[in-house]
Design a protein around this ligand. Structure first.
Ligand SMILES: Cc1cc2nc3c(=O)[nH]c(=O)nc-3n(C[C@H](O)[C@H](O)[C@H](O)COP(=O)(O)O)c2cc1C
Length: 325
């Protein structure tokens, strides 16, 4: 029988399937259920930079958006930072799989010192979920990108547990970001986050929330960039995220070069027990192919390993569209 063990950020995983940061990982009961259904690790629901700054009194007293500030205060009241630290401790007691904390941030400001508390609470690793929306036309891309690098440099001084960056898919040159993070001792990247996005209700003429859940076709961007990044920055661990709904997607992303695969939407749709079917599929596929370990095939279809790397490049789309009149 196939051995599904692997490592991610230096942590031992019994299989490559991690439950990504979401409501599924926001309470101990759910985390216990995820672990008992075969999850190899969990990334806890994100704590927000604003929460940390608010509680430590560092959030600016005056805001241009008083409504947003009121919302934030109410949110912070019911989702305190102490509760988050408690969640880390309780989760660590309740399950024997790695528990990673997550912070959602947009700046490299004083919230970073708080990462030490996350480490003290016992988190095995920290995932940094950065989202900076580039809305200032006077700024250069480098100005935004610099925040990621400064964050990595500062975090390195504050914590010794491994940390990863969960990135969006909007960079002009994601490889530079990934490589620069690696140079700054970031052990892993999550490719990619799927951010909350707006939609418009044309009857009510109101901006609303777009569909939060992914679908299986959304695997295409992570698949391409996992394959390319694994070749170009081979030493950084990649966790693939977005659009992983079935066992086939897990296999594809491992072949492309991911060390682990994160799942979220599919568990909201099919329940916690769906993890078991992903694990079983992977195991059966490896047996069928005569593969004994994940290392036997991880990255075997990355950008450098396949004979024709162009299939991962954009030109292939030109060919595709010209073949479909
Ligand atoms: C309801 C919900 C809540 C989420 N909350 C977080 C969060 O707190 N932090 C985070 O980094 N990602 C969050 N995500 C994003 C997921 O972790 C994941 O990256 C994204 O949904 C893409 O994966 P999927 O296709 O498996 O759903 C959330 C997603 C959903 C659907």
């Amino acid at each position: 029988m196939a051995n599904l063990q692997t490592t991610y950020l230096g942590l031992k995983l019994k299989n490559p399937i991690i439950v990504s940061s979401s409501g599924l990982t926001s309470n101990v009961e759910s985390i216990k259920k995820l672990a008992s259904n075969g999850a190899a690790a969990v990334v806890l629901k994100s704590l927000f930079e604003e929460q940390i700054l608010q509680e430590t009194g560092m959030l600016s007293a005056h805001s241009d958006y008083p409504e947003a500030e009121d919302y934030l205060k109410a949110y912070v009241r019911s989702n305190s930072v102490d509760k988050y630290l408690e969640l880390i401790k309780e989760a660590k007691k309740a399950v024997d799989i790695p528990v990673m904390a997550s912070i959602n941030c947009f700046s490299a400001s004083s919230w970073i010192d708080f990462a030490a508390k996350i480490q003290e609470a016992g988190a095995d690793a920290l995932e940094i979920n950065v989202f900076i929306l580039a809305t200032d036309s006077r700024k250069k891309s480098e100005d935004y990108e610099e925040v990621y690098f400064t964050l990595a440099e500062k975090l390195k001084k504050v914590i010794s547990i491994p940390f990863s960056f969960k990135l969006g898919d909007h960079f002009t040159n994601p490889l530079r970001i990934i490589e620069q993070l690696w140079y700054r001792d970031v052990k892993g990247v999550v490719l990619f986050n799927r951010f909350f996005a707006p939609d418009i209700d044309i009857d009510k003429m109101k901006v609303t929330a777009a569909e939060v859940f992914s679908n299986p076709a959304d695997i295409r961007d992570p698949l391409r960039w996992v394959a390319i990044a694994n070749q170009v920055v081979p030493k950084i661990d990649i966790s693939a995220s977005t659009g992983v709904h079935d066992g086939e997607a897990v296999v594809k992303l491992l072949l492309a070069g991911a060390k682990s695969v994160q799942v979220c939407s599919t568990l909201y749709k099919h329940g916690h027990a769906h993890i078991k079917s992903l694990v079983d599929f992977l195991s059966a596929w490896m047996d069928k192919k005569g593969l004994s370990t994940i290392e036997d095939f991880k990255g075997k279809m990355n950008y450098g390993q396949i004979g024709d790397p162009e299939v991962y490049e954009r030109s292939q789309f030109m060919k595709y569209y010209s073949d479909h009149d």
